[in-house]
Design a protein around this ligand. Structure first.
Ligand SMILES: NC(=O)c1ccc[n+]([C@@H]2O[C@H](COP(=O)([O-])OP(=O)(O)OC[C@H]3O[C@@H](n4cnc5c(N)ncnc54)[C@H](O)[C@@H]3O)[C@@H](O)[C@H]2O)c1
Length: 337
């Protein structure tokens, strides 16, 4: 059987081809699954999609009409998939519920320290043989407070690194992670995230994007933060009201903001748009701030994490074909016990 994989990056392609080779033929496309590209899937029972695929009602209808029955998503997050529609259409959808949380946690730290110590600006200067230090002053992190929103797998890995820096640890989550408590984390009340905003010098987001967490960082949250705070988002763009963030940045606030995700990233991130007119005014403004670093959803992109994602995707396909159910299956919903 041949499987169709959408949104395959060049580095990823040999890893996917090698992992599928013992089991199935695989056709890799660099285009993402969208309304325009969904018809390519006609005749493929099993397809694989990446994080920026759009699996909304219309795309899912097109896939089902073309004979697709199984979607193997190569990511943990699945906020891009309308699961209710997929269930109604009788599709099977699986994701990768676990892969190296260190890939993302280490990248969140890369952004945090890059904006704190002005690494991008410093590097640009030295390339220009400008060796002044003006404007490059950062802050020690030891003794300062890290506020971690979402202390699951990635949040815990982030917290371990914060502990290594000698930071005080504040957490916000619907459930407390004993490993974080062991490291000395104090959890703020679920209804009092403003306390975390007010007390933290570094705030890092690790909750999933859900209706309840959409614009978790809104104008009020941003106003509650210290003027010299560092804010990092390596989770999902929709957690931040980006227009509100731009307003605060215009007012000269924050030591630094590191964003690996952006709420309107679909159709932009992972693509070369360098020769096109910029249509997104918010993103265009965001990248002009000297204290902001934006990367295009690359936190997971290590050889370790990508290899794990692909191995699990192959296993998800094999499980589907054998009629086995694993914790990675999102749809059909697990039968109630
Ligand atoms: N940038 C990237 O490349 C990348 C890669 C992988 C994952 N991610 C993002 O990171 C997120 C976290 O991944 P993870 O593996 O740590 O997930 P996880 O499920 O282990 O942890 C999520 C945590 O969020 C908490 N949470 C859920 N809903 C909440 C709510 N309404 N209020 C407060 N807390 C809530 C959970 O209790 C849990 O502790 C993913 O959902 C995904 O969006 C980003």
């Amino acid at each position: 059987m041949e499987i169709l994989a959408f949104g395959v990056q060049a580095d990823e392609r040999p890893l996917i081809e090698k992992a599928f080779a013992p089991h199935h033929d695989i056709r890799c496309l660099d285009v993402f699954l969208s309304e325009d590209t969904a018809p390519i899937a006609a005749g493929y029972e099993i397809i694989s999609t990446s994080v920026n695929a759009s699996l909304d009602n219309r795309v899912l209808q097109t896939l089902a009409a073309g004979g697709t029955q199984m979607i193997a998503q190569r990511s943990t997050g699945f906020n891009n998939i309308d699961l209710q529609v997929a269930e109604r259409l009788g599709l099977t959808v699986a994701r990768v519920s676990y892969y190296s949380p260190y890939s993302v946690a280490e990248f969140a730290w890369t952004l945090a320290t890059a904006v704190n110590r002005r690494i991008v600006r410093a590097s640009n200067r030295t390339r220009d043989f400008d060796f002044r230090l003006d404007g490059l002053m950062g802050r020690d992190l030891r003794g300062r407070t890290a506020g971690v929103l979402g202390t699951g797998k990635i949040g815990e890995a982030f917290t371990r690194i914060a502990h290594g820096f000698g930071m005080k640890l504040l957490g916000w989550d619907v459930t407390q992670n004993p490993a974080c408590v062991e490291l000395g984390m104090t959890y703020v009340d679920v209804d009092d995230k403003e306390r975390l905003f007010a007390e933290s010098d570094l705030i890092s987001l690790h909750v999933p994007l859900l209706p309840a967490t959409r614009h978790l960082i809104d104008a009020n949250a941003l106003r509650a933060m210290k003027d010299d705070a560092i804010l990092v988002n390596s989770s999902r763009g929709g957690l931040i009201d980006t227009d509100a963030l731009v307003r605060e940045l215009r007012a000269g606030r924050f030591t630094g903001v590191g964003l690996d995700v952006y709420e309107a990233e679909a159709g932009l991130f992972f693509l070369d748009k360098s020769l096109e007119a910029v249509e997104d005014d918010t993103l265009a403004r965001l990248v002009t701030f000297p204290n902001v670093v934006v990367t295009s959803h690359q936190a997971y992109y290590t050889v370790d994490a990508v290899s794990q994602i692909i191995e699990t995707t192959v296993q998800n396909v094999l499980d589907y074909q054998a009629g086995r159910r694993s914790e990675n299956v999102l749809v059909p919903a697990a039968p109630a016990n």
